[in-house]
Write a protein that binds this ligand. Structure first.
Ligand code: HEM
Length: 249
C-alpha cells in the first residue's frame, strides 16, 4: 500500500501542478498537454504503470480489509467505540470508492471524450500556439503549431455546475483520503516515532490542505466566473454566445 501510495500521491501532486496552468495563458496548458501527448510510447508506459499501481493499491486495500476482519473473528467487536482512530482513517474505504468512481468519470470526460462529446478536445477547433512554449528549458510546442485545445475543453467542461460540483466534492474527498494515507505511509516506513510524529502529521495536513485548495480553485473559479477564458479562445466565444445553455448542459 505504501509503495503504490507514494506513486499515486506523486502523480496527484504533479497532475495538479500541471492543471494549475489553466490560470496562465492558453499556450501554457495547451503546450504542456501537447508535450505529454507527443511522448507517444513513453506516455503509454506511464499510463500502464499508473494503471498497474491503482490495481495493486486496490488489491492491497481489499487484502488489508479481509485480514482485519479475519483478525477480529466472526463475532466482531464486543464494544464498538472509537478511541483513537481519526475520521479520515475510518472513512478510507468510502473516500477511496468515490475517488475511484471519479477517476473513471474523469478519464471518460477528458481522455476518451465519451462523457461529454461536444466539449471534448477532438470536437473543438485546434489551438494555434501564439508563442514558443518552454518549461525548465524543455521545448513543449513551437509558435504557430496546431495543438489540441485542452484550455477550452477544461473551461467548457467546468461551465457545467453539476460537473464542477462533482469535481470539487471528489477532489476534497481525495485530499481527505491522502491525509490518512500519507500518515500511514510515514508509519510504514518507521518515521512516525515520538520525535517526528507531530511534525510529519502537520506536514501531511499542510500538503493535503494545499492539494484541496488547488483542486477546488480550478472548477470553483471557472464556475463562479472569477476565472474567465482568454479573449479569442474557442471557450470565450462559446461562453459569450450562449452562457445560459452552456451552464445548463
Ligand atoms: C481540478 C481537477 C482536475 C483537472 C482540471 C484535470 C484535468 C485533466 C485533463 C485536462 C486531462 C486530459 C489531458 C489530455 O488528454 O491532454 C486529465 C487526464 C487525467 N487525469 Fe486529471 N484533472 C483533475 C483531477 C484529477 C485527479 C484528482 C486525478 C486522480 C487522482 C486525475 C487523474 C487523471 C488521469 C489518470 C488522466 C488520464 C491521463 C492520460 O490521458 O493518460 N485528474 N486530467
Amino acid at each position: 500500500m505504501a509503495v503504490t501510495g507514494v506513486i499515486l500521491v506523486g502523480f496527484a501532486a504533479g497532475h495538479l501542478v500541471g492543471n494549475l496552468q489553466i490560470f496562465g495563458s492558453p499556450d501554457k496548458i495547451n503546450g504542456y498537454a501537447h508535450f505529454l501527448q507527443a511522448l507517444g510510447p513513453l506516455l503509454w508506459l506511464v499510463r500502464l504503470v499508473l494503471l498497474a499501481t491503482v490495481a495493486v493499491h486496490i488489491w492491497a486495500a481489499m487484502a488489508l480489509t479481509l485480514e482485519n476482519s479475519k483478525a477480529r473473528g466472526p463475532a466482531g467487536y464486543g464494544v464498538n467505540k472509537v478511541i483513537q482512530a481519526t475520521l479520515a482513517s475510518r472513512t478510507m474505504r468510502m473516500t477511496g470508492i468515490v475517488v475511484f468512481a471519479f477517476i473513471i468519470y474523469h478519464i471518460a470526460q477528458f481522455t476518451l471524450g465519451v462523457a461529454s462529446h461536444d466539449t471534448f478536445k477532438s470536437s473543438l477547433p485546434m489551438w494555434t500556439m501564439q508563442e514558443d512554449a518552454r518549461e525548465f528549458g524543455v521545448p513543449l510546442a513551437a509558435k504557430g503549431s496546431e495543438v489540441a485545445d485542452v484550455y477550452s475543453m477544461v473551461f467548457l467542461g467546468f461551465s457545467n455546475p453539476i460537473v464542477s460540483i462533482f469535481y470539487m466534492i471528489a477532489t476534497s474527498l481525495l485530499a481527505f483520503h491522502l491525509l490518512h494515507g500519507i500518515d500511514s505511509l510515514f508509519q510504514t516506513i518507521g518515521w512516525r516515532n515520538h520525535r517526528w510524529s507531530c511534525c510529519l502529521r502537520k506536514a501531511a495536513a499542510a500538503f493535503c490542505l494545499l492539494y484541496a485548495l488547488g483542486s477546488l480553485a480550478i472548477p470553483g473559479s471557472i464556475l463562479t466566473g472569477l476565472l474567465k477564458p482568454a479573449a479569442g479562445t474557442h471557450a470565450a466565444k462559446v461562453i459569450a454566445a450562449a452562457p445560459a445553455s452552456i451552464a445548463q448542459r
